[in-house]
Design a protein around this ligand. Structure first.
Ligand SMILES: [Zn+2]
Length: 72
């Protein structure tokens, strides 16, 4: 099974495996821009409830890092 992944930066599909993280998750690296990322944090679709909550949080001008902490 080939994972279908796109680089979050340029939507490039030049993704290669790059070992695993300390928690044992598969780590990937983009051949085009060199960005590294972990598959299942960024590639889950956001469910509508969570997206609504994020929109609210953005409206409140909470720093993005704070939002990321709240919604994981
Ligand atoms: Zn890239």
């Amino acid at each position: 099974m080939k994972p279908y992944l796109l680089c979050p930066t340029y939507s490039s599909d030049g993704i290669m495996k790059n070992g695993t993280t300390r928690r044992g998750k598969q780590n990937y690296k983009c051949r085009d821009c060199g960005r590294q990322f972990v598959e299942d944090l960024q590639w889950k679709p956001i469910d509508p409830d969570r997206k609504t909550m994020i929109d609210y949080l953005l409206l409140e001008k909470i720093p993005l890092a704070g939002i990321a902490r709240v919604v994981n």
